[in-house]
Design a protein around this ligand. Structure first.
Ligand SMILES: [Zn+2]
Length: 330
């Protein structure tokens, strides 16, 4: 990470997508587009056509910048994936298999009988879980393939974007959800404004995004780069955009870390010490980690860590951050 001021010249204006700040963005990193496309192919099995690659490669490298005002990290130039990009990516069988922590987190907070809207509902994984206890459960999804799969489950899912259904949905829902949508969009604040208009008085908006301070992330994760993601969020930056759109973040939570990450770090640390011990160091390096995590990472200890946020305080975070927000005064 370096401290080069960005942009270097006055010829192009760079504006933060989240808060609109026009100056002072700090360059964090540059990532070659050819590396992103190669990783999408090798890690995700995504076979993109030359035409899609050409349309989504505006230059040699994408720049990751940090906004000095709101703290969001955003990519420049802002070239989001279009329908063809998502169609070709969606054909990869691995694309829609992702964690469900935020689904359970939101479901635990939505009352029985509530009217629920899920925007960007994908295959309907969240709606399937909430529909039996909801008064009404409706999804909106851009990908016609995902809409087909969701409807096959008997779900009420509308194709297109939220603006196409705004009149019907206006003020109609107790709970409006958008899980892992914000980071794909060039105007996240405008999108939150559209979600807000779907809320009934007293309703709650649930948002989840990837947590950029998650543990165990790879140096370059191709799905966390353009054209798939245009922004990266911390809990603070997420709370900030919610406030700027006139909502109150009443509850914010991060997904617990996958326990294999601190366990592997613990093993590496113990081995780095034991390998310096002559004769018995090799044997100790195998057995000492096993004994240690039986004690330190046993089930009762993990429950205590979860309850008191011990692993988070030690710098271990899971994949997602979620926020529940309401209108001021509700
Ligand atoms: Zn900003």
């Amino acid at each position: 990470m370096n401290e080069i001021p960005f942009p270097a010249g006055p010829e192009r204006e760079i504006r933060c997508f989240s808060c609109g700040a026009q100056s002072g963005a700090r360059l964090l990193e540059k990532i070659p587009y050819r590396e992103i496309w190669a990783l999408l192919r090798d890690e995700w099995g995504a076979a993109f056509s030359e035409d899609v690659i050409r349309r989504h490669t505006p230059c040699g490298e994408t720049a990751l910048l940090e906004c000095p005002r709101c703290g969001v990290h955003f990519f420049d130039p802002p070239v989001p994936g279009d329908a063809d990009f998502y169609r070709e990516l969606g054909e990869s069988p691995r694309y829609y298999s992702r964690g469900k922590w935020e689904f359970d987190w939101a479901k635990a907070r939505i009352a029985r009988g509530a009217m629920v809207l899920d925007v960007g509902c994908g295959d309907g994984d969240f709606l399937v879980g909430i529909a039996p206890s909801a008064g009404r459960a409706v999804g909106v999804e851009w990908s016609p393939f995902a809409v087909g799969r969701a409807r096959a489950l008997g779900l009420d899912v509308r194709e297109g974007d939220l603006a196409m259904h705004a009149a019907e949905f206006d003020g109609g829902f107790d709970a409006v959800c958008a899980f892992h949508v914000l980071e794909h969009l060039p105007d996240p604040a405008g999108f939150i404004g559209s979600l807000r208009r779907c809320l009934r008085p007293g309703g709650s908006l649930y948002l989840a995004v990837p947590n950029r301070i998650r543990s165990g992330r790879a140096p370059v994760e191709p799905l966390d780069c353009p054209p798939h993601h245009l922004t990266r969020w911390s809990p603070e930056a997420l709370a900030d955009i919610v406030r700027r759109t006139g909502l109150v973040p009443v509850e914010i939570a991060t997904e617990p870390v996958d326990i294999s990450i601190p366990r592997d770090r613990l093993r590496e640390r113990i081995r780095s010490v034991t390998e310096r011990i002559p004769i018995v160091g090799g044997t100790l390096g195998i057995w000492l980690p096993r004994v240690t995590w039986r004690v330190v990472l046993c089930t009762p200890a993990l429950l205590l860590y979860r309850r008191y946020g011990v692993l988070e305080r030690a710098g271990y975070y899971g994949l997602s951050v979620a926020v529940r927000c309401t209108e001021a005064g509700s």
